[in-house]
Design a protein around this ligand. Structure first.
Ligand SMILES: [Fe+2]
Ligand SMILES: [Fe+2]
Length: 337
């Protein structure tokens, strides 16, 4: 269903979504609302409010950008993986992330935006991607921790998206989540092996956990009280679980995993709260989070520069594919004549 679609210039005839009428008809709005209330799916050909479409374009394209930028910190380690087995696993994982980007760009394209527009937003720095990828992967233990915690947090965030009200996004997420689950397990397994190794290896794992833990908690986004768009996204069935609830689920799921692994999560306030039946945890440094989101993290510039270079280096591939596609079309027209 989510086929690779090379970009074509936007022309009015190619828009898959009819533009919302200037005075939104009450009837269309009511049909949309009823579908949302009945937990139905909105499909590309359905009428939708312009704000719903824009919210989805922003969210799905940011998600797609995060997938392809997320390839970069791990791609750096393909040549340095410690064994053939680890190299094979890492190549498969990085390739999966590229695939996730493609499903998601395709899902966003059904909303009438083009891949060129989305990539232009990413490459010019206007569009955001997940800030977690603006931190460096310093050693091999980081790769295990990225799988365990970063992909683990991504799964927590993404499973509810399989029930998102926009059909193409929800369907893309089903496959993405299956693959993310493999990513999380391979990371955890790599760490389990290291934790059975030398004192130095164990120290590397603990050091990586210390550096990534708080950043992973911030991946769920600002506290609910500071998330102005969340209520509307929940009303539209795009978001199903709030940022703080997802973060709590992640903490509760991760604490026992850390215990099995034999690492300490770097939070002195982390403890089980019998009354709430959840873990309490300490304060997240939101100043650091916003500073990184706003371009001042340790790797923001490097990530963007690498991404732009990769895109430019691939221009000849896109040109060749388009030329081939045009040739095939011309041939088909000639044969039909
Ligand atoms: Fe992914
Ligand atoms: Fe992943």
């Amino acid at each position: 269903m989510y086929t690779q679609s090379f970009n074509v210039p936007d022309t009015p005839g190619l828009r898959s979504v009819p533009l919302a009428p200037s005075t939104e008809s009450a009837e269309s709005q009511a049909r949309f609302d009823n579908k949302i209330d009945a937990d139905g799916k909105i499909e590309p050909q359905d009428w939708m409010p312009e704000a719903y479409r824009k919210t989805l374009v922003r969210q799905i394209s940011q998600h797609a950008h995060s997938e392809i930028v997320g390839m970069l910190p791990e791609g750096n380690w393909i040549s340095r993986a410690p064994s053939l087995k680890r190299k094979t696993i890492l190549i498969a994982k990085v390739q999966d992330e590229g695939g996730h980007g493609l499903y998601l760009y395709s899902a966003a394209e059904t909303l009438g935006t083009s891949r060129d527009q989305m990539l232009e937003g990413l490459h010019s720095g206007k569009a955001k991607y997940s800030s977690i990828f603006n931190y460096p992967t310093l050693n091999w233990a980081d790769l295990g921790v990225v799988g365990w915690l970063v992909d683990g947090a991504a799964i927590m965030n993404q499973i509810p998206l399989c029930r998102c009200s926009y059909g193409p996004y929800a369907r893309a997420m089903i496959r993405v989540c299956k693959e993310e689950s493999f990513h999380q397990r391979q990371g955890y397994e790599a760490l389990l092996v290291m934790m059975k190794g030398t004192v130095e290896q164990k120290a590397m794992v603990q050091d990586a956990v210390n550096r990534w833990w708080w950043k992973c908690l911030a991946m769920f986004g600002p506290p609910d009280a500071d998330s102005p768009h969340s209520a509307q996204a929940m009303r539209w069935g795009i978001k199903r679980i709030s940022n703080d609830d997802l973060r709590q689920k992640f903490v509760d799921a991760t604490v026992p995993q850390a215990k099995v692994l034999g690492v300490t999560l770097p939070d002195p306030d982390l403890k089980w709260n019998e009354e709430r039946q959840h873990h309490d945890y300490g304060q997240i440094d939101w100043d650091e989070f916003w500073s990184t989101v706003n371009g001042n993290g340790p790797c923001n510039k490097e990530r963007l520069a690498t991404r732009v270079k990769a895109h430019n280096d691939g221009q000849w591939v896109r040109d060749a594919a388009l030329a081939y596609s045009r040739k095939r079309q011309t041939q088909a027209i000639k044969e039909a004549a």
